[in-house]
Design a binder for this molecule. Structure first.
Ligand code: ADP
Ligand code: MG
Length: 292
């Protein structure tokens, strides 16, 4: 670490190797609190990080919400970029894995509502995440949800060839991205929220394809094959061949009966094929699921 950072922070342990760099837990000696420092190595053959990316990262530090991981400081020494975040105790991936038995409905509602609140705030500030997955949803021991890795996927994917979309998990990816449609909207985040709701209910990923094709097939198996009626224009992007042995879409309501009528109605609205029909974060917050 550079001198300036060493003076202020005491590095404690490695938290993991992320998509963009190494993350460490550290003690902020000045404010006597824990932080997570993400060190992002710049490509030395390149010009380092561009001004536009730096501007974009500073813009991220302006996103302040109780359910978004706070970006506290940014250090740039030319070779590496250090992003200092508030420290969180765990993440949703670990929470789901370690939870014994079914996750209670009240807990599911609580987690989902906080995640959607974070997205509603971001979407209203014209930012979207593009990499919503349980591993990027941090959690504190008191049950507070903090959405992390905000906007980084966009900043760094344009920066370096190493960060192709392939490194990001397929499982939470919206069908319009899988079908390579030319533009997409904040609705991609809401699809991911739907897959996370499914995962909270089933305690396993809703879709877990090993390839793009397998991912698409799994989605079709659950929701049926999209058509021009429920997704106008879809035929331009996917050549559908009729497979007589294709499974009949399962009975959605009975599969997810544990979350009741309102829960399955919200899940369906989040997993709408047509991004224009998919429920927005703002609308989702007003869904009766959160009041029943
Ligand atoms: P990835 O890019 O693979 O999603 P991340 O860069 O988000 O991984 O994080 C790598 C590791 O560091 C993960 O285990 C994550 O839980 C941990 N981590 C990241 N940010 C924080 C934070 N603010 N507080 C605590 N742990 C964090
Ligand atoms: Mg991450």
């Amino acid at each position: 670490m550079s001198k300036e950072i060493n003076e202020r922070y005491k590095r404690l342990e490695n938290l993991g190797e992320g998509t963009y760099g190494v993350v460490s837990k550290a003690l902020d000696k000045k404010l006597n609190r824990y932080v997570a420092i993400k060190k992002i190595k710049m490509d030395v053959t390149n010009e380092g990080i561009s001004c536009s990316s730096l501007r974009e990262i500073s813009a991220l530090s302006d996103l302040k919400h109780e359910n978004i991981v706070n970006l506290l400081e940014i250090y740039n020494n030319g070779r590496s970029l250090y992003l200092v975040f508030e420290f969180c105790d765990s993440d949703l991936q670990k929470f789901i894995k370690n939870f014994e038995g079914d996750i209670p409905l009240t807990t599911i509602k609580n987690i989902l509502q906080q995640l959607i609140k974070a997205l509603s705030y971001c979407h209203s500030h014209r930012t979207y995440h593009r990499d919503i997955k349980p591993g990027n949803v941090f959690m504190n021991n008191d049950g507070t949800i903090k959405l992390g890795d905000f906007g980084l996927s966009r900043v760094f994917r344009s920066e370096s060839k190493h960060f192709t979309p392939e490194v990001i998990s397929l499982w939470y990816r919206a069908p319009e991205i899988l079908l390579k449609m030319p533009s997409y909207t904040s609705a991609v985040d809401m699809w991911s929220v739907g897959t996370i709701l499914g995962e909270l209910i089933l305690k396993r990923p809703l879709f877990c394809g090993k390839s793009e094709q397998e991912q698409i097939t799994q989605i079709f198996d659950l929701l049926g094959v999209p058509n021009e009626r429920n997704w106008p224009g879809v035929n331009k992007y996917y050549h559908f061949t009729h497979d007589p042995d294709a499974p009949v879409p399962i009975d959605f309501n009975s599969h997810f009966s544990r979350i009741g009528k309102e829960g399955t109605s919200l899940l369906k609205s989040l997993l709408m094929y047509n991004p224009d029909d998919r429920m927005s974060a703002e609308k989702a917050l007003a869904h009766p699921f959160f009041n029943c």
